[in-house]
Ligand binder design. Structure first.
Ligand code: DC
Length: 223
C-alpha cells in the first residue's frame, strides 16, 4: 500500500500544528512538526552559547551533535533534543526567533530536510512547516497552504498564551510574528510561499472545527 503524505505550509501562528495534530489523531496518521526541529537547533545554539547571527560556522560544525526525536507519548507529541525532553522549552519566544534565524542557514536546512524525508517513508504522515509542499515532500498527495491575517494569528497566539496562564503583550506577539513572516519569506533558500499546486486555506474567518473538517475533506478526496 502506498503511504499518504499530507503537506501543510503556512506562516507562524496560522494554526498549522494544532489543526494538523488533530486531523492526524482522527485519521491515525503520524504528525511531524518540522518547526519543532528548527526550534531544537536554535535551542542547541542558545544552550551552547553559540551566537546564531555572528557565528554560523560554530553551529554548522556542531550539527552532527544534534539528535532530534519526535515521540508520541500518551497521545501527546513530545520533542527530544539529545535525549532530553524539550517540548516546553522550545516554545519560548527567544527560541521562536532563533528558529527563524537558524532556518536561513542552508546546511541546517539540508540536514533537517534529510531527516524529514526519512520520517515520511514508513507511515501515513501529516507534515507541517514552510517548505514541505514544494521541497520536502513534492510528491505529497495533499498539499495545503494554511494562512490567516497577521491580526488573527497574533490574537490566537495571545489567547493561547493567556489561556495557559502566561503573561503576554499583544503588540509584542504581533511584532514577533511580523519579524518571522519577513525573515521566513525573504530568505534565499526555500522561502515561505504557497506552492503552485497547494490548496489555499485562509482561516481568518473559520473556527478550529471548520478548518479540521476542510482538511479532512481534502484528504478524503484523494483516498
Ligand atoms: O512552525 P514554527 O513556528 O514552529 O517554526 C519555527 C521556525 O522554523 C519558523 O519561523 C521558520 C522555521 N521553519 C522553516 O524554515 N521550515 C520549516 N519547514 C519549518 C519551520
Amino acid at each position: 500500500m502506498k503511504h499518504i503524505a499530507v503537506a501543510v505550509d503556512g506562516p507562524a501562528g496560522a494554526g498549522k500544528s494544532s489543526v494538523s495534530k488533530a486531523v492526524a489523531k482522527d485519521l491515525g496518521y503520524t504528525y511531524i512538526d518540522t518547526g519543532a526541529m528548527y526550534r531544537c537547533v536554535a535551542l542547541f545554539a542558545i544552550d551552547n552559547g553559540i551566537d546564531i547571527q555572528t557565528d554560523r560556522a560554530a553551529l554548522i560544525n556542531r550539527l552532527d551533535e544534534i539528535k532530534i526525536a519526535l515521540k508520541n507519548e500518551n497521545n501527546a507529541q513530545r520533542v527530544y533534543l539529545n535525549d532530553k525532553d524539550v517540548s516546553e522549552r522550545i516554545r519560548r519566544a527567544d527560541v521562536s526567533v532563533g528558529a527563524s534565524d537558524v532556518a536561513v542557514i542552508p546546511e541546517v536546512r539540508a540536514r533537517l530536510v534529510e531527516m524529514q524525508r526519512e520520517m515520511a517513508k514508513t507511515d501515513n504522515v501529516i507534515m507541517d512547516g514552510r517548505d514541505i509542499c514544494a521541497y520536502v515532500l513534492p510528491d505529497a498527495q495533499v498539499k495545503i497552504f494554511l494562512t490567516a491575517s497577521v491580526d488573527a494569528r497574533a490574537k490566537r497566539r495571545y489567547d493561547e498564551m493567556r489561556g495557559g496562564g502566561i503573561e503576554c503583550d499583544f503588540e509584542k506577539i504581533k511584532a514577533e510574528i511580523e519579524y518571522r513572516d519577513k525573515n521566513d519569506s525573504s530568505r534565499a533558500v526555500s522561502p515561505l510561499k504557497k506552492a503552485d499546486d497547494a490548496v489555499l486555506l485562509d482561516t481568518t474567518e473559520l473556527d478550529f472545527g471548520q478548518v479540521t473538517e476542510k482538511m479532512k475533506e481534502l484528504i478524503r478526496n484523494v483516498l
